[in-house]
Design a protein around this ligand. Structure first.
Ligand code: NDP
Length: 246
């Protein structure tokens, strides 16, 4: 029997990129999936149809994760549709690169609002609502280890996510809920590719000893491990899924 059957996973930012691959993979592993998105309704609905076409169960749910009321409403809708939430994947995120001296307020505020406050908003709901045996998987980034110039604000939001991961893991003592982070390296999505020349993409791809970019499916496999039965003993950790770049 599939041990994930009758379990529900809510994946934020699942219309595109890594989140879409995570939603598809968790659905294949037996989870019912809530496909959260901010603006890409068409992509989210198409992914739901694809999951359903493959025999899975899914629902698209619009919510800007930086909006606490929208996040509460999304959890309400997920519970109303499927009875309860077992897995939260906090994947939604944005990245804007600029040296700290040249970073404007809007860029700082947006990255903090979506990457940090957005993760906090869903974690607060999950802390109150996740069913026993649940799993929380946050999204950090390997830039927290690499600390390259230009990544200051983005890396700071992700370092904060790693900190809150370990704190929440301890706060959920006694609930049989694990809280971990996945920290991808360069992965072939809009977030990484947009604005980079092919030469720069190639150079960054070669940095890892495995000498390629991560694919969204590589990261989805790490999330599936943490969300599934084999990940049960991993708690309060950050898993760097990056081909060995750091
Ligand atoms: P993409 O830009 O490809 O996709 C981002 C997703 O997040 C989209 O589904 C988007 O929805 C959603 N999103 C953006 N803002 C919000 C919001 N306010 N509320 C809800 N959803 C939102 O990014 P990736 O797939 O590359 O990134 C996924 C995660 O992985 C992020 O947390 C990122 O920081 C992290 N990461 C990525 C790396 C990479 O190299 N790609 C490396 C390390 C970490 P919509 O389509 O509706 O706009």
């Amino acid at each position: 029997m599939n041990t994930n059957a009758n379990k529900m996973a809510l994946v934020t930012g699942a219309s595109r990129g890594i989140g879409a691959a995570v939603a598809e993979r968790l659905a294949r592993d037996g989870f019912t999936v809530v496909v959260n998105y901010a603006g890409s309704a068409d992509l989210a609905e198409a992914l739901v149809r694809k999951i359903e076409g493959a025999g899975g169960r899914a629902l698209a749910a619009q919510a800007d994760v930086s909006d606490p009321a929208a996040v509460r409403h999304m959890f309400d809708a997920a519970e109303a549709a499927f009875g309860g939430v077992d897995v939260l994947v906090n994947n939604a995120g944005v990245m804007t690169l600029s040296p700290i001296g040249e970073t404007d307020d809007a860029s700082f505020d947006r990255q903090v609002a979506i990457n940090l406050k957005g993760s906090f908003n869903t974690l607060r709901e999950a802390a109150k609502r996740l069913r026993p045996g649940g799993r929380i998987i946050n999204f950090s980034s390997s830039v927290v280890g690499l600390l390259q110039p230009g990544y200051g604000v983005y890396a700071a939001t992700k370092a904060a996510v790693e900190a809150i991961t370990s704190v929440l893991a301890k706060e959920l003592r006694g609930r049989t809920i694990t809280v971990n982070s996945v920290a991808p390296g360069p992965t072939a999505t809009d977030l990484f590719l947009n604005g980079k020349s092919p030469e720069l993409v190639d150079r960054l791809a070669k940095l890892a000893p495995l000498e390629r970019l991560g694919q969204p499916e590589d990261i989805a496999a790490s999330v599936a491990f943490l969300a599934g039965p084999d990940g049960a003993w991993i708690n309060g950790q950050t898993l760097r899924a990056n081909g060995g770049i750091i």
